[in-house]
Design a protein around this ligand. Structure first.
Ligand code: NA7
Length: 535
């Protein structure tokens, strides 16, 4: 162990949130701060998720920071939806442009973080033997960063290779001539399957829950669009930060029943041809009224049946058991078309569940599928997984993982009762995964930075939230979720249902980014209502 280094803030994670937090504390407030990052490079989610077809479902001109006009003007995206390598290049460009690297410790995993009640400081240790004493401890670990590998019996017996999409090998995987099993048809599986099918000899897709998906209609960005996005950056950002999901378009202010059947069909057709999440934003009640949702869902099912030539396969793909967009809706590049390929076979796990992995492949209740490679596109221990995996101890030796054993409890998704001076960027209870992440991250980092500025100016030593604030916010999170169809899906990762044994609590704040931002601003205006300070 090396000597304890005194520092103002330790930040864990060098993705979108950790890098902007570092920049904000260091360059705006002139404080000392360090980022601890387990990976060998910056990028967070985009450093680890390198599976074939990995892209963002937000449009590129909205999937970026907006805090620097110079950067918005300088950086140039090439495609409508950015691919993983391009996003990683962007984040590396940001690290270089703002000279962040000297304050980022790569290949360094935070081991323990303990709040010392005598000094009101966090003692943080790393796997490299470093020790830091920091006034502020900020988690920037991402919402979808803890891979969920299902406990299917026999994985260690498998003689071929297997991979989880969220921990993809940097050298890539050669699928040429290989028989591949893909388990999982969430956003990741839906992105990866068409690309793997175009390379492999054969792909068997194991589907447990059929999924809606919207076509992306990817294309290279025209010079005209790039110019438009730069010239209208302020307007675009204004739209992104004043709507529900942080995307660069507003939800239409009309009910699905305000228009005739013919008109609705025409609107859906146009948006289907245009591609992307604009489809979801076509009517304001798609996610709040089951009857409205049924109309959108039926349109998508019809589209699946139009695209997929084999009627049995089309039935399987369109037999969807939940409302549209009540689970995270994927955006795809020729996903349903892929089932028209001769080298792709779909297995219905609802009828024939996986029994085990064998030496040769995947055994379901009715047959063994022999494969060379298994791809687990089985998602993440979302929102809380990465936080409870870390050894974080607050007041009176309260461990975060114990405190959250019945589900996450936060105030505004920003602080946890009993964990003073600790902030959680896009933590559970904030809009996070229900939102385009960069504007949600900027809002959180700006709020935290302003709060710290306030503390430093006033000479305050401690900020902490209370149990009462945690209870209050939990009620708010549940109340806004219950305004939507989101909690009606019992097998969703929004509720933690994808990880066996995880408490099932609706975790993100479903009230939308604009409404949430107003709540945070009101809290500040009322002298940080719900928080307590000590000097
Ligand atoms: P998701 O959306 O959690 O999808 C995981 C998929 O894996 C989903 O189809 C699951 O079926 C399936 N799954 C999980 N465990 C199993 C087992 N044991 N057997 C069979 N199938 C299984 O994760 P993604 O990575 O696709 O997307 C996560 C987010 O990343 C995404 O929403 C974007 O925000 C980016 P299920 O639906 O649970 O029946």
């Amino acid at each position: 162990m090396s000597a304890v280094q005194q520092i103002d803030a330790i930040i864990v994670g060098a993705g979108f949130s950790g890098m902007y937090q570092l920049l904000s504390l260091r360059d705006k407030l002139g404080m000392s701060a360090k980022v601890l990052e387990a990976g060998s490079g910056v990028g967070g989610t985009w450093f680890w998720n390198r599976y074939p077809g990995a892209r963002c479902d937000s449009e590129s001109h909205s999937y970026m920071y907006y805090f620097s006009k110079e950067m918005v003007n300088e950086w140039e995206w090439t495609e409508r939806y950015p691919q993983q390598p391009e996003i990683l290049r962007y984040l590396n460009y940001v690290a270089d442009k703002f000279k962040l690297r000297p304050d980022i410790e790569l290949n360094t995993r935070m081991q323990t973080a303990k709040f010392d009640e005598a000094t009101n400081r966090w003692l943080i240790t790393t796997d490299k033997g470093q020790q830091y004493s920091a006034k502020y401890f900020i988690t920037a670990v991402g919402c979808l960063s803890s891979a969920n590998l299902p406990k299917i019996e026999g994985i260690s017996d498998f003689k071929g290779k297997w991979y989880h999409t969220g921990e993809w090998p940097h050298e890539g995987v050669d699928f040429k001539g290989k028989r591949v099993a893909v388990i999982g048809t969430g956003s990741t599986g839906i992105q990866a399957i068409p690309v793997i099918a175009s390379q492999a000899a054969h792909v068997t897709v194991f589907q447990r829950t059929a999924n809606y998906s919207l076509p992306a209609r990817h294309h290279k960005l025209s010079g005209e669009f790039k110019k438009y996005a730069k010239e209208h950056a302020d307007d675009i950002y204004e739209i992104m930060t004043t709507n529900t999901n942080g995307h660069p378009f507003h939800m239409q202010d009309r009910s699905i029943f305000d228009v005739s059947d013919e008109e609705r069909e025409k609107i859906f057709e146009e948006l289907w041809a245009q591609g992307g999440f604009q489809f979801r934003a076509a009517f304001k009640d798609i996610l709040t009224s089951q009857e409205a949702n049924d109309k959108a869902a039926e349109f998508i099912r019809k589209k699946i049946r139009e695209v997929v030539k084999n009627p049995e396969v089309a039935d399987l793909l369109s037999d969807i058991d939940h409302p549209f967009a009540a689970k995270r809706p994927p955006v795809d590049d020729h996903y349903f078309e892929t089932y028209n390929r001769e080298n792709v076979h779909l297995v219905n796990l609802r009828k024939t569940p996986i029994e085990r992995i064998t030496a040769k492949g995947v055994k379901t209740s009715d047959q063994e599928y022999e494969v060379d490679i298994i791809v687990f596109a089985t998602g993440f221990d979302a929102l809380t997984g990465s936080l409870v995996k870390m050894d974080i101890e607050g007041r009176q030796h309260r461990k975060l993982k114990d405190y959250w054993s019945a589900g996450p409890r936060t105030y505004l998704g920003l602080q946890v009762p009993g964990f003073p001076n600790m902030f959680t960027i896009t933590g559970p209870g904030s809009p996070s995964v229900l939102c385009n992440m960069p504007p949600a991250i900027e809002q959180h980092v700006n709020w935290i930075t302003n709060c710290i500025k306030h503390m430093e100016e006033k000479g305050l030593k401690v900020i902490e939230t209370t149990e009462a604030s945690g209870d209050y916010w939990q009620e708010q999170v549940n109340a806004v979720a219950n305004e939507t169809l989101l909690p009606t899906v019992k097998h969703s990762w929004y509720l933690g249902a994808n990880v066996p044994g995880k408490p099932q609590v609706f975790m993100p704040y479903a009230g939308g980014l604009a409404r949430y931002t107003k709540v945070c601003n009101d809290v500040t205006a009322k002298g940080y209502e719900g928080f307590q300070f000590a000097s």
